[in-house]
Ligand binder design. Structure first.
Ligand SMILES: [Fe+2]
Ligand SMILES: [Fe+2]
Length: 136
């Protein structure tokens, strides 16, 4: 079953998607998810998700590295816990069972939903962090 209580990450506005420096990276990740959802909505084989997933992992790693460098530069006190969250997310995407996806559209939809939930949570955490750093 596919239902979104919240709008998906790719429908977030500029202000909702993240602080200035990292907004574009979040946007790119959201667009990849939109592409993945598109594959599933067309009823195409979930195998079409794999190139998106590869790019998603690549961009996620790049994005976390950028964000972590920025946090260190700002001597942000929550660096350790935020980095832990990043590391956990990376572990999750590496654990995706690609073979299981191929014949199972439900599982593929579950993955897109999970990545979307995760991206929205991540964006919220980043926005919180930026608000604390820049408004004090
Ligand atoms: Fe981020
Ligand atoms: Fe982050």
């Amino acid at each position: 079953m596919h239902s979104h209580k919240l709008k998906p990450a790719w429908e977030l506005s500029s202000d909702e998607i993240g602080p200035d420096d990292i907004r574009n990276l979040h946007r790119q990740l959201a667009e990849l998810l939109e592409g993945m959802q598109g594959v599933l909505d067309e009823g195409a084989s979930p195998i079409g998700l794999i190139p998106f997933l590869d790019r998603y992992i690549e961009l996620t790693l790049q994005h976390f590295a950028t964000e972590e460098a920025l946090m260190l530069e700002l001597a942000f006190p929550e660096y350790d816990s935020h980095k832990q969250m990043h590391d956990w997310s990376v572990e999750q995407v590496y654990q995706v069972d690609r073979i299981a996806l191929i014949d199972n559209p439900d599982k593929a939809q579950e993955l897109v939903d999970q990545l979307d939930d995760w991206l929205r949570a991540h964006v919220c955490a980043d926005l919180d962090m930026a608000a604390r750093v820049f408004n004090t």
